[in-house]
Design a protein around this ligand. Structure first.
Ligand code: FES
Length: 135
């Protein structure tokens, strides 16, 4: 008889949560913000589109853990090829979140996205949960 495994937090299946319509994310354009619980803390996150692909990250610079947008939902620099932190100018790859210049220490925390039938979903993981709203 196969051994039964208990589901722990680490084994909880990932959940796909609808985030926005595909058309809301324009190449190198404004981000769509959303809230998540990351390691037990409520954090802002954002989704962007770059060269046709949607990506999402925690809105938290790796230099100092603060939000990065220089105007609400604006993360791309003037070239449209880098995500830039408004505070000290750290630059990150929109595809990987890895640091490409400035004072960053490592990369952004990436959030898995999928896109189908015109809808973008983000995916939970053991450290990343949806914010529960009470009624
Ligand atoms: S807080 Fe982002 S570069 Fe310093």
């Amino acid at each position: 008889m196969p051994e039964m495994h208990r589901l722990t937090d680490m084994q909880t299946p990932s959940q796909a949560i609808a985030l926005c319509n595909s058309q809301d994310l324009v190449n190198s354009g404004e981000a769509v913000p959303f809230d998540v619980i990351y390691c037990g803390q409520t954090c802002m996150a954002f989704a962007i589109r770059y060269q046709g692909v949607a990506y999402a990250y925690l809105n938290r610079c790796s230099h100092v853990p603060m939000e990065m947008d220089y105007q609400p939902n604006r993360f791309f620099d003037l070239t449209g090829h880098w995500l830039i932190c408004a505070t000290h100018g750290a630059m990150y790859s929109p595809q990987t979140g890895q640091c490409r210049g400035g004072p960053c220490r490592g990369g952004l925390v990436k959030i898995a996205l999928t896109e189908h039938d015109g809808v973008v979903h983000w995916h939970t993981d053991p450290y990343l949960k949806p914010v529960e709203f009470s009624q």
